[in-house]
Design a protein around this ligand. Sequence first.
Ligand code: MRU
Length: 365
Amino acid sequence: MSRTLWIGDDRLPHTIDQTVLPFERRELVLGSLHDCEAAIRDMRVRGAPLIGAVGAYGLALAVRADPGDAALRQAYERLLAARPTAVNLRWALDRVVRRVAPAAPEARASLAWDEAGLICDEDVACNAKIGEHGARLLHALADQRSALAGVAGADSIALNLLTHCNAGRVATIDHGTALAPVYRLHDEGVPVHVWIDETRPRNQGAALTAWELGERGIAHTVIADNAGGLLMMQGRVDAVIVGCDRVAANGDVANKIGTYLKALAARDNGIPFYVACPISSIDANAPDGAAIRIEERDAREVSHVSGRLDDGTLASVRVAAPGSACANPAFDITPARLVTVLITERGVCDASADGLRGVLQEPPR
Ligand code: MRU
């Protein structure tokens, strides 16, 4: 399966415009710092790890155009401001700066380019590991489920998961984070079914997660964002699994708006709530969730919905009453106490200061 970000014959980064998926596959060439900045800001690329990788290439392209210190600093600030919540962006930009800053200007372009490539390659390996560790947890749940189904004589032994937003292949370079264990389980022949929150206002669940799972032949059902609580109460969800944009030092998790409500419902119904969290999403400088800046996006994303009309054209239509004010906080904070475990590339850990310290010290396995 191809990567979400790749280098074309023109030696430029290429990606897919996610604002028109799943209706159109439109390739996007990222030819400059400006292209990368705009793609992140306008969410043509999105998902914390992919934002980081595109940011790294943005900086590499800026250095190619002007390797001087002032240009490097300015490019860093512009890219960092493109989206504020996912810490992977800062993490990736810092990596590139650390690599190029000590070098002579004439050596910088190739060093920055190498580092961006490395970030992409490491992301693929990291997510494969998250898939491996997460699949171990899900296997245990699947075994319990088939034992219970055997006792009850039920027809369906599929493991029922619920996910929010898109933490899949297109949110990363490959595999995804929250979806990596799902792909792995499916590849191993374990029957799995995923409830997908549509994820208003931008509907990344209905558009992207459903498309991804459909392409891989994984059973799934798109639900309205408010349906999850009832399904959990009815025993139709075995676990919730989501990605994250930033994890604070105490284990609080920032993820797509609506995640917190799913965590509350999961806790109330005794259902595990798993967060897939690459090490690059841990922000040791944020003591807790209150320190994480929540992105406030254009109110039009709430007042309108985008999609495809029956005649095939892409359109945006108003759903809110004309004249009503709309607000659009794009992420929320799930307190650490509601998170069963974090699934990292270095293994599973508690969402706590001690748990995070443990994985941060642990060498990759
Ligand atoms: O606003 P988005 O679409 O960038 O939000 C994405 C999410 O909230 C994902 O869950 C998160 O970035 C993890 S992606 C592996």
